[in-house]
Design a protein around this ligand. Structure first.
Ligand code: APR
Length: 234
């Protein structure tokens, strides 16, 4: 089986009803990013940040995977698929994808405030525990913090993602503005012979990527269209 790597951003989940970050009405228009998505913001007002992610978690309970997520999961029938996502939702998993690398963390998990990446203190929350409070403690006695990679923090799973892209026969990028590094740099690790597709209604491709096949459509429609093309590439 060929290796198919799918690299997704907020646009992947837009049709499920989760706002993107940088489109009009996006999350970063409603909440100052430096307050809710940086270590400095968390240090200044942990309660605000904890509540912000409580809200995101609650929203997760009200949304469903869309046809795009489901189509990506179906590709596992014909390819060895690795999903690399910048999204912190769990919609790829819920649609049936088995190998998902979350570059920017996971909403359903919490961790230590001192050592966010220490596996001993990373905990998956059950839906009934989705509301975290100031004073709730991780295993090391520090405040339970959202397991989210904030701006200015390192991206611990980047090496794993790079290794997957280097092995990709086909790379499909879906619904990301490719603004945020290091994630956006993943495309450059593809080998020259790797076939690259981009599904996005407003594709934002910087120069230097001449061999990208652009499908300027939303995730569901674009995945459906690409599924036909992929049948020829198995
Ligand atoms: N289908 C596919 N793509 C869509 C759709 C849709 N229905 N609707 C919008 N898009 C596209 C937009 O055109 C845009 O290119 O999704 C992209 C969303 O871009 P951003 O909001 O910048 O989201 P993303 O690229 O995932 O952001 C990266 O930034 O704030 C951080 O950590 C956060 O992981 C996030 C990172």
């Amino acid at each position: 089986m060929k290796n198919l790597v799918v690299f997704t951003g907020a646009g992947m989940s837009a049709e499920s009803g989760i706002n993107t970050f940088r489109d009009a009405g996006g999350l970063w228009e409603q909440y100052p990013v430096e307050q809710v998505a940086t270590p400095e913001g968390y240090a200044a007002n942990p309660e605000l940040v904890i509540n912000f992610y409580n809200e995101r978690r609650k929203q997760l309970l009200t949304v469903q995977p869309n046809d795009g997520h489901r189509g990506v999961a179906e590709w596992e029938k014909d390819f060895r698929v690795t999903v690399i996502t910048q999204n912190v939702d769990n919609l790829h998993e819920r649609a049936g994808s088995h190998h998902v690398i979350h570059l920017h963390g996971e909403l359903t998990k919490v961790c230590s405030s001192r050592n966010p990446n220490d596996p001993r203190y990373i905990k998956e929350l059950k839906p009934e525990e989705y509301e975290v409070h100031l004073g709730d403690k991780a295993g090391d006695g520090t405040q339970l913090r959202p397991f989210i990679v904030w701006f200015g923090e390192s991206v611990p799973r980047m090496d794993e993602a790079v290794a997957a892209v280097e092995q990709a026969d086909i790379l499909v990028v879906i619904g990301t503005s490719l603004n945020v590094y290091p994630a956006a740099g993943l495309l450059y690790y593809a080998r020259p012979e790797t076939k690259i597709f981009l599904i996005d209604p407003k594709p934002n491709l910087a120069g230097g990527m001449p061999h990208v096949h652009v499908i300027a459509k939303g995730a569901s429609e674009g995945v459906k269209e690409l599924t036909e093309t992929l049948k020829e590439l198995r």
